[in-house]
Design a protein around this ligand. Sequence first.
Ligand code: BTN
Length: 243
Amino acid sequence: MLIIKLDAIPSTNSYLRMLSSEKRLKDYTVVQTTNQTEGRGQRGTSWYSEPGKNLALSVFKDVSGISLKQSFLISIVTSLAVLRCLKTFGIPKLKIKWPNDILAENKKICGILIENVIQQHQYKGSIIGIGLNVNQITFNNLPQASSLKSITGRNFNFDELTNGILKELKKGFKNLEKGKIDDLKLDYEEHLFRINKPSTFKDAEGNMFSGYIKNVSDSGALQVLLEDGIVRAFDLKALTLMY
Ligand code: BTN
């Protein structure tokens, strides 16, 4: 396993993508920094992090064996890997907010951005980007954000966290390769934030509505029971879960 540690880098995902365009990468090639200056988030947002305080990690994984229809399983494996690792560090009240934010005490401590790459015109790979708030304690204008230190009052070692996440990621992909899909999905749904609770959503046009999260399909669509009794599936672009 190769871990490339960089003092500062615009985006670990972009760096790993650049490497993947130059040569065929081995599974679990990792780029890590604690000073990511132009981090990218989901839906074209940016991911800001105080220099030296947080972990930005990107991991390459060949996913040729996973069909496009089941590509959300990569998200499930990743969010569970972060969650299980953080559990071993004693972080309480961990949840996964659809599709793959990690919350502790109802606040976001980790964001995940998974991007696809094609290697050598043939091998399908995923760049799994993980941004974990570790030792930062002020989050101006982001009342819903938190960090490991905000929750526990202590500082964490970045390398220990990286190793812990990689260990769980490997275990998760092994389970996926063994076909333990139902177990993974069950574990994901057990940790899903607001499952079966009255929730408020915003659609792509900005309209708010209420419903109950029932489950998530293999492709990642959120199944919501609406007030008229109908269950509708929403994909990532169509919906934001507010609370
Ligand atoms: C989100 O919640 O919007 C996803 C944030 C993902 C941030 C991580 S940090 C490591 C990797 N490199 C990036 O540029 N983004 C991801």
